[in-house]
Structures are given as structure tokens and as C-alpha cells.
Design a protein around this ligand. Structure first.
Ligand code: PMP
Length: 400
């Protein structure tokens, strides 16, 4: 078999679904005008398929900070922090994140994916057991594979199933690592962290929470789900990213454990990749300040999320039960999903298409993500586009 033959099936599946541009996979966005508007081919669209929760990608202060860093520190670090050294701004960001999350140690990584690989893949070795929510992000699965830990999946958001599996472990449960997410990226639902913390108190274990989609979104100060539920003290490691509410790229891990910084010397995804560019660090530091000092962004985000959720529910679409900045709309077969996604672009709305197995129950879904930067009028535009498609796709969407 030739080297690339193994991809034939994948290629056939893709061409069977998509014959022309725009394609829902790796969509070409020709121009970006604002955090919420762009152009795809001939269509000017409202962007509702990003993770730009606080809308900070065009924030004037963030852009100015990044420009200044470009001028003063150059375009890139050209090396890893372990081999080539850290810039003062890397350390400053780690201190500022430590202050924000009230944790002794913070390690910054070049992406959120690498933060998960670098922390989970190093902490969870071949002698360790990881209890993983089945819907955890691919980076968490990859990290477990990299570290060689024994992985036990429990049913998504099912604390009773977690407990059952921990009880089966007996004494070993004391040292097991439990990993969940604050907000899950496909369905927008939240981990039952109170119940999980209660199980941890009884049976032991370490708790890692990936707050990639919940930092800046949940909690009185925007620290995520653990803050919202008042259980931060029970979280051993917070994982997160700069690529969503902080509007740039990079990732981090924060912990109160005294030995946490030792991971820098053992974590290959920290040691063997270049550190984030100074301009990225500068914009993230500024975005973090905005996250802290402008709670009105979070209020606006939730107002927008509620408006969209209410509008789509009223149209009879099958949406998530609770409003969230991530709102999935369940559709029919993958083919119908693709057609719906294309028709939405023609109506001036860009969302993300998710196909099985990434979507549950064999249904395609479109994932709408809301930003604080959406105006109420733009949210109405999104709802109006769904209203127009309602009758055309009534069977696929099973609208009432
Ligand atoms: N964790 C979760 C839960 C995510 O959803 C993502 C990205 N979608 C990541 C980690 C990876 O983050 P990044 O894109 O910054 O690498």
C-alpha cells in the first residue's frame, strides 16, 4: 500500500459531502472586518463560529500593546524557554495569571493544546490512572496517550459513573487523576463540578479542570466554572488557553502545588518548542487586564447568549437546554447538515458544522458561538437567518 492510500476513504467521505467552496472544514474566511464580521467568498457574514467570547481580537489596547512589543522585542523569540531563555514578559504574564487565579505557580505554553500535552502528558505517566470525561477535548486524549497513563473514561457529565469507576479502583483511587472541562466546546454544557468535588473529597484523587471555554465567561471574576461554583480550592490544576476569551494564542496551567514548577524540567511540550512571540504575550497581558476590569463584557456575552438561545428555541429548533455562549443546534444527517451550513452562509451567518462522531447521537449539528462584541442587532440577524431556513429544512432540523 502506498503511503497516502490510507487517506483514500477520508477523501471519498469528504468529496461525497462537499463538492464546492465554501467548505465547512477549513473554511476560507477571505476578510475579517471586526470580531463579528467578515467575508466568505461573495458573502458578507456575521461571525458566529469563533471562540471570541469577549470580542477582544480587535481591542485597541491589545493591538497597541502587541505593536509596541513588536517594535521593542521583535517578531519572535526564535527558541524555547528552557534552551534559549524566557523574556521578562513571559514571566510577567505568569505572575499576572498567578495573581488572577490565586495560584502559586503558572506555566505558560505556546498553545492550549500544548499546555494539555505538557501538563497531563507529563504528570500522568505509565503508572498513573486517568479518569476522563468521555467528551473531553482531543488534546486531553492525546496527552494521556503521550504520557502512557491508563485511561478510564466515564460517561459525559455523569458523576455517578465516575464514582462507580473510582470505587472499582479501591485504594488506587486516592492517586488517580480526574479530568473534566469547565464548559464543553461542542454542546456548551458545564461539568457537574460540585458532585465531582464531593466524590474527590470522599475517595481522593487529583482534579484537573480545563477551563479553556470558561475563563472570562463564568465566575464573578471570570476565573471559570470552579470559581462560579465556589470549589476552586479543590482543583489541583487549572488548564486554559489564550485563544478564546483572551483573543490570541497560547496556553497555561496554574496550580498551588509546591512542586508544580518542576514540570518545566520534565515537560517536553514546554522544553522542545519555541515560546510565544512577545507581541502575543503583550496582547494577552492586556486582554487579561480587560477581562479583570471590564466585567460588563461578561454581562454582554451572557445577554447575547440568552437572546440567541431564546430566539432559536422560539423557532422550534432543537437547541441545548440552557443558554450558553456555545449553542448547538441539532440537525439531521451529515448531508443535511452541510446543506444547512451552506445555506446559512448565503443568509449571511457563519457558524461551525460538527459531524458525527464529533457530534452526539449520529446527528450533524451547527455550533453557534456568541461574543460580547455581537450587537443585539447582529444576534437578531442570526435568528432571522435561522428563521428563513426553518421551513426549507424543517425535516432535518425537526422543528415543531
Ligand atoms: N482544551 C479545550 C477544551 C479546547 O476546546 C481547546 C481548543 N478548542 C484546547 C484545549 C486547545 O486550545 P488551543 O486551540 O489554544 O490550542
Amino acid at each position: 500500500m502506498a503511503l497516502f492510500d490510507k487517506f483514500n476513504k477520508l477523501a471519498q467521505e469528504r468529496t461525497a459531502l462537499i463538492q464546492a467552496e465554501p467548505s465547512p472544514f477549513g473554511t476560507r474566511i477571505d476578510e475579517i472586518y471586526t470580531p463579528t464580521e467578515g467575508r466568505i467568498g461573495q458573502w458578507r457574514v456575521v461571525l458566529a463560529g469563533t471562540n471570541n467570547y469577549l470580542g477582544l481580537t480587535f481591542d485597541a489596547e491589545c493591538i497597541k500593546a502587541a505593536q509596541q512589543a513588536l517594535e521593542h522585542e521583535g517578531t519572535g523569540t526564535t527558541g524555547s524557554r528552557m534552551a534559549n531563555g524566557s523574556y521578562g514578559s513571559h514571566m510577567a504574564l505568569e505572575e499576572e495569571l498567578g495573581d488572577f487565579f490565586q495560584r502559586r505557580s503558572v506555566i505558560v505554553f505556546s498553545t492550549g493544546y500544548l499546555a494539555n500535552l505538557g501538563i497531563i502528558g507529563t504528570l500522568a505517566g505509565p503508572d498513573d490512572i486517568v479518569l476522563l470525561d468521555a467528551d473531553c477535548h482531543a488534546s486531553i486524549y492525546d496527552a494521556c496517550r503521550m504520557g502512557g497513563a491508563q485511561v478510564i473514561r466515564f460517561r459525559h457529565n455523569d458523576a455517578a459513573d465516575l464514582e462507580k469507576r473510582m470505587l472499582r479502583l479501591g485504594e488506587k483511587a486516592r492517586d488517580a487523576i480526574i479530568i473534566v472541562e469547565g464548559i464543553y466546546s461542542m454542546m456548551g454544557d458545564q461539568a457537574p463540578l460540585n458532585e465531582i468535588v464531593e466524590i474527590k473529597r470522599r475517595l481522593g484523587g487529583y482534579l484537573l479542570v480545563d477551563e479553556a471555554h470558561s475563563v472570562g465567561v463564568l465566575g464573578a471574576n471570570g476565573r471559570g466554572l470552579a470559581e462560579e461554583l465556589g470549589v476552586e480550592d479543590e482543583v489541583d490544576v487549572i488548564l486554559g488557553t489564550f485563544s478564546k476569551s483572551l483573543g490570541a494564542i497560547g496556553g497555561f496551567a496554574a496550580s498551588q502545588h509546591a512542586e508544580f514548577d518542576l514540570l518545566r524540567y520534565a515537560s517536553r511540550p514546554y522544553i522542545f518548542t519555541a515560546s510565544p512571540s512577545p507581541s502575543v504575550i503583550a496582547s494577552v497581558r492586556t486582554a487579561l487586564r480587560s477581562l479583570r476590569t471590564r466585567p460588563e463584557l461578561r454581562t454582554q456575552l451572557w445577554d447575547n447568549a440568552r437572546q440567541l438561545h431564546k430566539g432559536l428555541s422560539a423557532l422550534g429548533y432543537r437547541v441545548s437546554s440552557r443558554p450558553s455562549p456555545v449553542i448547538p443546534v441539532m440537525l439531521g444527517s451529515p448531508k443535511e447538515g452541510v446543506a444547512f451550513w451552506e445555506a446559512l452562509i448565503e443568509q449571511g451567518v457563519y457558524v461551525n458544522l460538527v459531524l458525527p462522531p464529533a457530534s452526539p447521537n449520529g446527528d450533524a449539528l451547527v455550533r453557534c458561538s456568541v461574543s460580547a462584541a455581537h450587537t443585539p442587532k447582529q444576534i437578531d440577524q442570526i435568528i432571522a437567518a435561522f428563521a428563513t431556513l426553518r421551513d426549507v429544512f424543517s425535516t432535518a432540523a425537526q422543528v415543531s
